[in-house]
Design a protein around this ligand. Structure first.
Ligand SMILES: NC(=O)c1ccc[n+]([C@@H]2O[C@H](COP(=O)([O-])OP(=O)(O)OC[C@H]3O[C@@H](n4cnc5c(N)ncnc54)[C@H](O)[C@@H]3O)[C@@H](O)[C@H]2O)c1
Length: 338
């Protein structure tokens, strides 16, 4: 087991830089030694600020670099497959931001490669599973305290999204989190999916926003997901599970409530960085511990595949307005539930 893991980071935009901060300033056990970005000037600037880090021309150069023990992939979703496959081929542990890949075929290529390697190397960045509130919700549901879960309501609200955000990203980049957390909380797979589009938010420009997704879980529970990405008031992640004898939901995430002039209020997180700051710390800490042993734990390639398969089906459902069923490959024992 390595004392200090030398990490290479591919894609140093918003979350890449946030994870570099985490690896270099928050968590023990690693150093960032190499970075790359499709924008070389950005890579150079980021490397300049990290003692001991070099900017290399491409992500592939980072992955094959002898000084790099393990890799963080934080480039755009449609580039993840190439880098995760390269990390597996090099036998290096890799933390890949969600989505694992943007099509289920790409996810299956990664799954086949990891299984051929013979042990887990990939952790997917489904950080909600590390959030204290979601963990408490899962404990309640698993304890049986509210009976068998029947329904789940999930809402994913962003104040706004960057200019390059597309309507499809509302599903494969945003709702992918809700799909994964529903699978995890209910310990079940998505069997069918429908998507409805209400009246458009006038703040959304050309984007299809909001959207409403209905997941039918294999065990019979229904999950509705609202995705609103121009809702102005803040970043608001909501989740509630209705069981046979009770209901359990995420509480408001603010820690201080201010009461004045006949009203009460609390702070809304600005974005995912604020809302899930501790969850991101915890997921990367878990990755570092496993990567130091040359393996991976946490959300797996199977989880990445199952979530992307549901999102692929949701995109198809949206295009022709019909319900789509999802048939996953049989779950290999390699990816057995912990
Ligand atoms: N877990 C979460 O909640 C969360 C939050 C934000 C972003 N993400 C994910 O992280 C990834 C990056 O998102 P972001 O918000 O940081 O985007 P971003 O646009 O800020 O940064 C992405 C960076 O990747 C670079 N890049 C693009 N293609 C590349 C390639 N082929 N090789 C190397 N670099 C390349 C871009 O130049 C950019 O600097 C996405 O997959 C996104 O879904 C996850």
């Amino acid at each position: 087991m390595r004392e200090n893991l030398n990490v290479g980071v591919v894609g140093v935009g918003m979350i890449g830089q946030d994870h570099i901060r985490r690896l270099t300033k928050v968590l023990p056990g690693s150093a960032v030694v190499a970075v790359a970005d499709a924008d070389p000037e950005r890579a150079r600037r980021v490397a300049e600020d990290v003692a001991g880090a070099r900017a290399l021309p491409t992500g592939q150069d980072v992955i094959r670099d002898d000084a790099v023990d393990a890799v963080v992939v934080t480039s755009w979703g449609d580039t993840h497959e190439e880098y995760v496959l390269a990390a597996i081929a090099a036998g290096k542990s890799v933390f890949c931001e969600k989505p694992l890949a943007t099509t289920q075929e790409a996810c299956l290529r990664i799954l086949d490669a990891e299984m051929a390697h013979g042990k887990r190397l990939v952790q997917v960045g489904f950080m909600r599973r590390y959030d204290a509130a979601y963990r408490a919700l899962k404990e309640v549901v698993s304890s049986g305290a509210i009976g068998t879960p029947l329904l789940m309501h999930s809402a994913h609200r962003n104040a706004s999204v960057p200019g390059h955000y597309t309507s499809d990203m509302a599903i494969n980049d945003t709702a992918v989190h809700d799909v994964d957390i529903a699978r995890w909380l209910l310990d079940d797979e998505v069997a069918a999916i429908s998507v409805l589009v209400p009246r458009r938010n006038r703040r959304a420009g050309d984007l299809r926003d909001p959207i409403f997704i209905l997941l039918e879980m294999a065990g019979g529970a229904l999950v509705d997901v609202e995705v609103s990405v121009n809702i102005a008031y803040g970043y608001d992640i909501r989740g509630e599970i209705v069981g046979e004898t009770g209901v359990a939901g995420l509480a408001e995430s603010n820690t201080v409530v201010v009461k004045r002039e006949g009203s009460f209020s609390g702070r809304m997180p600005e974005d995912w960085r604020e809302r899930f700051v501790r969850a991101f710390d915890a997921e990367l800490q878990e990755w570092l511990i496993a990567a130091a042993k040359g393996t991976a734990t946490g959300p797996s390639v199977w989880d990445g595949y199952a979530a992307t398969a549901a999102c692929d089906a949701a995109l198809a459902a949206l295009r022709d307005g019909t319900r789509k069923t999802i048939s996953l490959r049989e779950r290999p024992s390699f990816y057995a539930r912990p």
